[in-house]
Write a protein that binds this ligand. Sequence first.
Ligand SMILES: N[C@H](CCC[C@H](N)C(=O)O)C(=O)O
Length: 319
Amino acid sequence: MSAHAIPFEKYHGTGNDFLVVDASAESVGDRAAFARAHCDRETGVTAADAVGEGSPPGTPTGRRGADGVLFLSVEERFDPTRVVMTLVQPDGSTATMCGNGARVVALWAHERTGDREFMIDTQAGTRRAFVNADATAATIEMGEPTFDPRRVPVVRDGALADEPLIDEPVEGLRVTALNTGVPHAVSFVDGGRDALDDPNRIDEIDLDRVAPPVRHADVFPDGANVNLAAVVDDGSGDGPAVIDQRTFERGVEGETQSCGTGAVAIVAAARRLGLIEGDAAVSRPPGGVLEIEVPDRGHATLTGPVAHEFSGTLPVDPR
Ligand SMILES: N[C@H](CCC[C@H](N)C(=O)O)C(=O)O
């Protein structure tokens, strides 16, 4: 292991946790190896790697490792300030977009610049981001979700080649396929987290068993993140719809505490299937509460809490 260590910071948005490295100040030659080593849930980064000020161990996620490394560079010569974001995942792959990661980027950039509005350059496009007045939450414009099979992407032969994949069986789950910056499969189940009497409720499903065949199905040439969703309130009364969420993430190859592109995908799919009323909804992944808007046209938005956990240094070459 090389002795050379670089500064990092750890943040999370609704339990989706990320290491942040300032890519304009630090150079990491092998980003995939860095992410694989330090994101590992058994041997990766811990609060014990923290130095200086920051929250003590027992921080909100409190777990070893992370769901990815955000390599960021701020470009203050633009107005609003731009931040170039690259997310390298625990398996070493790069994701084109990450909703909770982009919310972390906004808070990180706010803490550096004092600004509240940013343009974040992702591989899925440039996204506007806002930090709230007391810097406890951030909103991201997420682009327009698409069900277009060429853009999810979904690949099928013959007459189905140009058809979107809507509420159809794939490897044992009924799913709807769409892209919200990254590919998602959404499967609606009956009981929400609190429906304790329902044997089919969302938390009774063995996601680590049912998701991988869908995630690797031939119809998804780039793979897919796999979401379970239960409509708890359809939004026909007072207030927005409420949906419980669980997501198995490509690149993490496991369930995460929260997924922002997944939350947007669930709300967009629920609208498409006529399961909810209105264009605003609340999604409740295990790690917290996200607010989503999916208007008929234009950007979806994603809002939710985001927090700094601790700062420290890590070996740049962990092999
Ligand atoms: N957690 C992220 C999604 C990362 C995307 C990634 N897992 C992939 O598609 O490879 C989010 O909040 O949107």
